[in-house]
Structures are given as C-alpha cells and as structure tokens.
Design a protein around this ligand. Structure first.
Ligand code: ADP
Ligand code: MG
Length: 224
C-alpha cells in the first residue's frame, strides 16, 4: 500500500454499533450507529441527556463492550482491544485529576506509565503547560486550581501521550456559562494546534458548534 493510501485509510470508523445494558427489558442505549472521523477532525455528537452519548463514547474508547458492531482505526480492528492499547485518550466532565499529585505530575502521568525518561517528560510537560495556558503552574496542587484550570490540566494530561483520538465527554459541563463559552474556544484552538482527532459528546449546541469541525445529532440511541 502506498503511504498516501495508508493515510487515507486512517481515522476512526464506527460501524453498526449497538450497546445494551442488562435489565428487564434490556436497555438499548446505542441502536446501530455508524460514524467516521477523519484525521484532524473534531466531530461533536449533540443530543439530550440519556440519548446514548456516553455509551457510544465508552464503546469507542473501550470501557464498554458493545453488543454488536465494530470499531476500527484505519485497517486496525479495535473492537476487542483493551482500553490502554487503543492509543485513545479521554477527558471527562469533572476532570478526574489525581488529587495527591501536583499539576506537572498529573500531566506527566501517562508519560511515566509509558516509560518516557525524566528529561523528556519535563520538557513535554512544559510544552503542554504552555499549550493550555498554564505556564509556571506545574508545582501547584490541583486542589488550588479553579474549575477552568482543572479542565485545562485534564486536557493537557490526556494530550501528553499524543493519542490518535481524543474522546471528550461533556468536558465543560461542570463550568459556569461564561467560562464554558471562553474555554470552548480555547479547547478548539488547543485541539487544532495539537492536530488532534477528536470525538466530543455534549448536550450543549453552542459548545458543539464552537468546538467541532462537524456536528452530528443523536437521539434515542441513533444518529439523526
Ligand atoms: P447520555 O450520555 O447521552 O446521557 P448514556 O449513554 O449515559 O446517555 O445513557 C443511555 C441510556 O442507557 C440511558 O437510558 C441510561 O439510563 C442507560 N444507561 C447508561 N448506563 C447504564 C448502565 N450502566 N446500566 C444500565 N443502563 C444504563
Ligand atoms: Mg453522558
């Protein structure tokens, strides 16, 4: 295969994905979703609470096993690949930072796990702090950050291992409206600057429009 063809085949493909939860009757959270994301794109899935967004995202990153369907990256079949082998990153609504680590150690976490040496780690953390507008705050305890700063640290931490896809689950929903507007623009710029391919899920139309290069609507487990 030529390099060009390989590049064209890169990106995420979700095919006929079904996610169900046990129960009587079982809950069909995702009911046959197909979606592609090209490298460098940020696709937003926009839909109301309960429509299946987090379930879809969980199946993509690998925290939820789908009942049917396939997840592939280029030609690489990932449907049954464990979370940590997919090369994907994840940002949650409430950041989920490690409370006992300072900002720099939070950001470096994935790099340490990957065995990146200390000098390289320090250098990369410095770059990431600059990227998310937190220069000089590496030694700050995460408990002493504002909500917006915390989400920026969460973003830097997820970007550190250079994921081929970043999944963001309502990343700004815990913030107040004014900050949410500002940060949506910032996050978009950060994702563009890093060349990140991203899948964002949100119930906020403004957030979707601001952050995404393409918006798809979701309702009742399906794309509409
Ligand atoms: P969204 O993220 O769009 O709010 P979810 O994917 O969280 O939607 O939920 C989709 C549907 O699946 C909802 O009806 C929800 O109640 C149900 N659901 C989500 N997680 C579970 C679970 N662990 N067990 C059973 N039902 C679940
Ligand atoms: Mg959700």
């Amino acid at each position: 295969m030529s390099p060009t063809a390989a590049q064209h085949s890169d990106g995420l493909t979700v095919a006929d994905l079904v996610v169900t939860y046990p129960g009587r009757p079982p809950v069909e959270a995702v009911r046959g979703v197909s979606l592609t994301i090209a490298p460098g794109e940020t696709v937003a899935l926009l839909g109301p609470s309960g429509c299946g967004k987090s379930s879809l995202l969980g199946a993509v990153v690998g925290t939820i096993a789908p009942a049917a369907g396939n997840i592939t990256w280029g030609d690489e079949e990932l449907t049954r690949t464990p979370v940590h082998r997919r090369g994907f990153g994840m940002v949650f609504q409430d950041g989920q930072l490690f409370p006992h680590m300072d900002v720099a150690r939070n950001i470096a976490f994935g790099l340490r796990m990957a065995g990146v040496d200390r000098d390289e780690r320090d250098r990369h953390v410095k770059e990431l702090l600059a990227l998310v507008g937190l220069e000089g705050l590496g030694a700050r305890a995460v408990g002493e950050l504002s909500g917006g700063q915390r989400q920026r640290v969460a973003l830097a931490r997820s970007l550190a291992p250079r994921p081929r896809l970043l999944a963001l689950d309502e990343p700004l929903s815990s913030l107040d409206a004014e900050l949410r507007r500002r940060l949506a623009v910032e996050v978009r710029e950060i994702l563009r600057a890093a060349g990140t391919t991203a899948l964002l899920v949100t119930h906020d139309p403004a957030e979707a429009e601001t952050m995404a290069t393409r918006v798809r609507r979701m309702a009742d487990g399906k794309l509409i």
